[in-house]
Write a protein that binds this ligand. Structure first.
Ligand SMILES: *[C@@H]1O[C@H](CO)[C@@H](O)[C@H](O)[C@H]1NC(C)=O
Ligand SMILES: *[C@@H]1O[C@H](CO)[C@@H](O)[C@H](O)[C@H]1NC(C)=O
Ligand SMILES: *[C@@H]1O[C@H](CO)[C@@H](O)[C@H](O)[C@H]1NC(C)=O
Ligand SMILES: *[C@@H]1O[C@H](CO)[C@@H](O)[C@H](O)[C@H]1NC(C)=O
Ligand SMILES: *[C@@H]1O[C@H](CO)[C@@H](O)[C@H](O)[C@H]1NC(C)=O
Ligand SMILES: *[C@@H]1O[C@H](CO)[C@@H](O)[C@H](O)[C@H]1NC(C)=O
Ligand SMILES: *[C@@H]1O[C@H](CO)[C@@H](O)[C@H](O)[C@H]1NC(C)=O
Ligand SMILES: *[C@@H]1O[C@H](CO)[C@@H](O)[C@H](O)[C@H]1NC(C)=O
Ligand SMILES: *[C@@H]1O[C@H](CO)[C@@H](O)[C@H](O)[C@H]1NC(C)=O
Ligand SMILES: *[C@@H]1O[C@H](CO)[C@@H](O)[C@H](O)[C@H]1NC(C)=O
Length: 550
């Protein structure tokens, strides 16, 4: 008898009808009949149960980790013929509990793969979510696919992103019975930042709000500049060459000199632009003693010049601005661009396979201004996102929220500031007027897109940020769904309710990528040029002890 009653009780709990807006959803190919043009074909349609997992696994070499713990959803893969001899694919998550919104997710580097891992958060927010493979199949640092292949470059440049947005929206509206999407958003970092800016500049109807991280926006300038950064430190046999040990020595000296400039000694350089850095303490003084016994502990004058080059903005001989140097506090990531026997694939691969289209191209002949002049002339494949006048986007009431780590050693942080300045110039208005539709948040101590070497709060629910913590996470782990902590939700609020984003509380864990290790500290990020200021008495690790000022 008792056992019988328990069974009834459990059954009663199990059969509480779920609150589903679309009870007649049917996750099969016929639901999408007629929703796609003839160049697009559906590869697979898969029903994923509550708590399930979906993705490309090892076949998706760029994004082999599948998200787990998903809400119930319908996963669709589509292949689109983009020209006579090119195609791209995209993936779409259609959650059973849909909130009417649509989210596009970006890629990174030269990745050719559907970014399933970073699509995972989308359905948790209730959003239909799309991501494209950009028209090729490779990891982030491979460019061989671009050689002799202008159509594939065009897919990477913009066509795969735009097509996926358009077709993803069509499939979404078909699946939910012709219901219109209410709002569309974007979340991408690095190349993903470029993709989002490129899309909203040229196709202002695509998004109502875009969250753009560390954008690699100026392809014609940036990628060749990355080659230049590598060459500053080459060849490795040159006395000017700095080792990774030297980079750590420089990083420590930057903290020593620049940490306190922001008013608080906490190991985090929050105002690198205010630090009048002296290179003198880095110099070896006794070449017969210090430099021979421990050459990695100090720098010779040529090595100091290498470091100065890395921080310096570059101009062509005719005075044209080419790109901004890396920022003080970025040194922990210098190994990516400066650590190899040749320039990094992000620069070298681009110059060789996109720009010169010559497998035998030799970086030893490199000339930055000549290379950029060629890129400007050929404007390879429309990748650059440098149309600063986004009036049409603004006039729709759409909002742009950009963030960039101040310790980014891959895409120079000041390049985002330059982008912001150029937007102000293009609109010919005050900074305050631009802030009505475009705000920027610099993240002290954050590296490229995520993480920190100095315990700085960094996670704001940006692209890649949940995924790097584990395949089951979404939003900011432990603060899921909070618009104070999650920049995407803050953006949603700005777009839908007109609440402009003044600050976002960033989170750091004791072990940077381990949410179980416990929160180390939280601090607000402020809309540039405002900065977070400590109140002088509260717990420095509590967001409530800080306010935005300036
Ligand atoms: C991508 O290429 C790899 C080989 O490099 C292959 O194993 C994989 O199946 C390919 N993935 C797709 C989605 O075609
Ligand atoms: C793609 O097709 C175009 C037009 O037919 C042709 O000019 C081009 O060489 C082809 N590219 C490749 C990589 O096959
Ligand atoms: C969807 O939007 C279009 C264009 O604004 C409109 O014509 C149509 O009636 C809407 N459909 C529904 C179901 O609301
Ligand atoms: C070398 O001398 C300068 C100037 O006296 C000093 O600042 C610096 O710390 C010395 N360098 C080393 C590695 O001791
Ligand atoms: C590039 O040129 C240098 C000499 O300028 C030569 O030593 C090197 O082998 C060349 N590299 C390639 C890949 O051709
Ligand atoms: C100046 O240099 C840049 C970069 O090399 C080039 O793109 C531009 O065409 C040059 N301008 C003139 C007027 O020569
Ligand atoms: C690079 O090319 C420019 C012309 O674009 C030239 O003025 C400059 O002298 C060259 N630099 C070097 C180091 O050869
Ligand atoms: C942006 O503009 C401000 C104000 O004019 C200036 O101080 C800053 O140096 C500019 N930043 C860049 C990267 O050009
Ligand atoms: C910007 O606006 C000011 C005053 O409104 C005007 O004097 C100036 O010519 C404008 N500049 C440009 C580049 O349009
Ligand atoms: C994460 O931190 C927790 C708590 O300190 C620890 O038990 C766990 O082993 C850590 N996980 C990893 C992957 O390091």
């Amino acid at each position: 008898m008792t056992r019988y009653m328990v069974t009834i009780a459990v059954a009663a709990i199990l059969f509480v009808p779920p609150v589903i807006a679309f009870p007649s959803l049917s996750c099969n190919p016929w639901s999408f009949a007629g929703a796609l043009p003839s160049e697009a074909t559906i590869e697979t349609v898969t029903a994923v149960p509550e708590g399930g997992s979906f993705g490309g696994g090892a076949d998706d070499v760029a994004y082999p980790v599948n998200p787990t713990g998903l809400p119930a959803l319908c996963a669709v893969i589509v292949k689109v013929q983009s020209s006579a001899n090119s195609s791209y694919r995209f993936g779409l998550f259609l959650p059973t509990a849909w909130n009417g919104k649509f989210l596009t997710i970006g890629n990174g580097g030269f990745s050719g793969g559907i970014n399933w891992l970073d699509m995972g958060p989308g359905p948790h927010y209730g959003m239909a979510t799309v991501s494209t493979d950009m028209g090729h199949n490779s990891t982030a640092e491979i460019t061989a696919w671009a050689l002799d292949n202008p159509e594939a470059r065009t897919d990477w440049g913009w066509r795969a992103t735009h097509g996926s947005v358009i077709l993803g929206k069509q499939l979404t509206q078909a699946y939910y019975g012709g219901t219109n999407i209410t709002y569309s958003f974007y979340n991408g970092c690095s190349t993903g930042g470029r993709q989002g800016l490129r899309e909203l500049q040229e196709f202002p109807d695509s998004f109502d709000g875009a969250l753009i991280g560390a954008p690699a926006w100026w392809t014609t300038h940036l990628n060749s500049y990355l080659t230049q950064l590598g060459i500053y430190n080459l060849p490795v046999t040159d006395p000017k060459h700095i080792s990774t040990a030297h980079m750590a020595v420089i990083a420590d000296e930057v903290v020593r000199q620049c940490d306190g400039v922001d008013g608080l000694i906490d190991g985090i350089v929050s105002s690198p632009e205010l630090c009048a850095f002296s290179f003198t303490p880095l110099l070896c003084n006794d070449t017969t003693d210090t430099q021979t016994t421990n050459p990695d502990s100090c720098l010779n004058p040529a090595q100091v010049q290498t470091a100065k080059n890395v921080y310096s903005d570059v101009y062509s001989p005719n005075g044209t601005f080419l790109y901004n140097g890396l920022t003080l506090s970025s040194e922990d990531q210098w190994f990516i661009l400066l650590g190899g026997p040749q320039p990094s694939p992000f620069g070298l691969g681009y110059d060789r396979d996109f720009l010169y289209n010559n497998q035998a191209w030799n970086w030893t002949d490199f000339n930055l201004s000549r290379t950029i002049a060629l890129a400007e002339t050929t404007h390879p494949y429309g990748a650059t996102a440098a149309h600063f006048d986004i009036s049409a986007f603004k006039q729709r009431g759409a909002k742009l929220l950009l963030y960039h780590g101040l310790a980014d050693g891959l895409v120079p942080t000041r390049g985002s500031e330059y982008y912001y300045n150029e937007t102000i110039a293009a609109f010919n208005v005050s900074r305050a007027a631009v802030a009505d539709f475009f705000r920027m948040f610099l993240v002290p101590g954050m590296q490229h897109c995520w993480s920190t070497p100095v315990g700085a709060p960094w996670n704001i629910g940006g692209s890649f940020q949940a995924g790097v913590m584990g395949p089951g996470y979404w939003s900011v782990p432990g603060f899921e769904g909070s618009k104070r902590h999650d920049a995407l939700l803050a953006l949603v609020d700005w777009v839908e309710r007109g609440e402009a984003v003044e600050s976002i509380v960033a989170t750091a864990w004791r072990s940077p990528l381990n949410a179980s290790s416990g929160v180390l500290r939280q601090r607000p990020l402020c809309a540039w040029p405002a900065k977070a200021v400590w109140d002088g008495f509260g717990d420095e690790d509590e967001a409530a002890s800080w306010r935005c000022a300036g």
